[in-house]
Design a protein around this ligand. Structure first.
Ligand code: F6P
Length: 343
């Protein structure tokens, strides 16, 4: 069991699951146990586990097999302790209860692995004086302050493989195939998988589109003898503030061009299964550096990838911002030059 004069880390995962979370947990915990001689407490189901003190001691044995395992073995939730005043049904202030429970559990510092919502929550706990370090997690890659979040590379790899496979049906049936990938506010998965998968039209939430431009682009391709087209859209695309799913795009194309058009929504497949080697190593590095921050007493910070270096930035700088695609991104510039339609 635990030894009172050792530093004790609490670790939780919050928000949507994502490939690489377990690898990150492994990086944090193995570094803590082997390099720094710390104790580690795994917290179940995100911040819910801190409200109910639902925890487990993490040992080397707990960490076996995590590196290539999808999801999060600790479980996750979308519990936001500060939301709506942060009160439990019986009038207890959740953040205060969490801070008290951390003290009772002997947690010296909390490691939170999560997306934008989790970073906001972590920033508020840091402002309360709770020792906290966070690791950015999302397949959307929309967390500001880090070049890449783990999970993104795996999602792009899964989406690109799916797009490659959909070329078969498109070419065999002379169809237009519309593939919807994840990404509510940020179109990073659509951009990277669309370009890697040979998309002819790529639609992002960040770049407004006109459906007439899309249908015209398809018709121009036909006039150039291109018998099929591949369209990749982010789930968050919209026109005039109205979300436009793949089914809408497919219907509009078939109506305007008369070409058989089918849609495929990849959904949660993009978050499932084993992380790519890139994501395993990024997760391992980010996890280990999170523990290093704690050992150095540097709290209130989010781990970040800058170029090929792992660094960290104050949580106060991250909360509320998004990492979005711009027209100036090289893949957009090069894509346009090659005749790819962005809307
Ligand atoms: O933020 C990651 C993400 O997978 C988004 O791409 C997607 O829209 C959302 O989570 C789905 O959320 P939930 O898992 O709550 O359905």
């Amino acid at each position: 069991m635990f030894n009172d004069n050792k530093m004790r880390i609490g670790i939780l995962t919050s928000g949507g699951d994502c490939p690489g979370i377990n690898a990150t947990i492994r990086g944090v915990c193995k570094t803590a146990i082997h390099h720094y001689g710390m104790d580690v407490l795994g917290i179940h189901d995100g911040f819910l586990g801190l409200l109910t003190k639902d925890v487990e001691e993490i040992t080397d044995k707990s960490l076996s097999g995590l590196l290539n395992m999808g999801g999060t073995f600790l479980g996750t939730s979308r519990e936001k302790p500060f939301k709506k005043g942060g009160m439990t049904p019986d009038g207890i202030h959740k953040p205060t209860l969490i801070a008290e429970n951390m003290k009772e559990l002997g947690i010296d510092c909390l490691v939170c692995i999560g997306g934008n919502g989790t970073q906001k929550t972590a920033a508020k706990f840091a402002a309360m004086g709770v020792n906290i370090v966070s690791v950015p997690k999302t397949i959307d890659n929309d967390i500001w302050g880090t070049d890449i979040s783990f999970g993104f590379d795996t999602a792009v790899s899964i989406a690109t493989d799916a797009i490659d496979r959909l070329h078969s049906t498109a070419s065999s049936h002379k169809r237009v195939m519309v593939i919807e990938v994840m990404g509510h506010k940020a179109g990073w998965i659509a951009l990277y998988s669309g370009m890697a998968g040979g998309g002819d039209v790529i639609l992002l939430p960040e770049i407004p589109f006109d459906i007439n431009n899309i249908t015209e682009a398809i018709q121009n391709r036909i006039h150039r003898g291109k018998t099929y087209s591949i369209i990749v859209v982010a789930e968050g695309i919209q026109t005039d503030g109205v979300k436009r799913p793949a089914a809408y795009i497919a219907e509009e194309i078939e109506r305007a061009t008369g070409i058989e058009t089918r849609e495929t929504v990849l959904g949660y497949i993009q978050r499932g299964g084993s992380p790519t080697p890139f994501d395993r190593n990024l997760s391992t590095r980010m996890g280990g550096h999170a523990t290093e921050l704690i050992a150095d007493g540097m709290f209130g910070r989010m781990i970040a990838l800058k170029g090929d270096e792992i660094s960290s930035i104050p949580l106060s700088e991250v909360a509320g911002k998004l990492n979005l695609v711009t027209e100036a991104h090289d893949l957009v510039v090069q894509g346009r030059r090659m005749g790819i339609c962005f809307g």
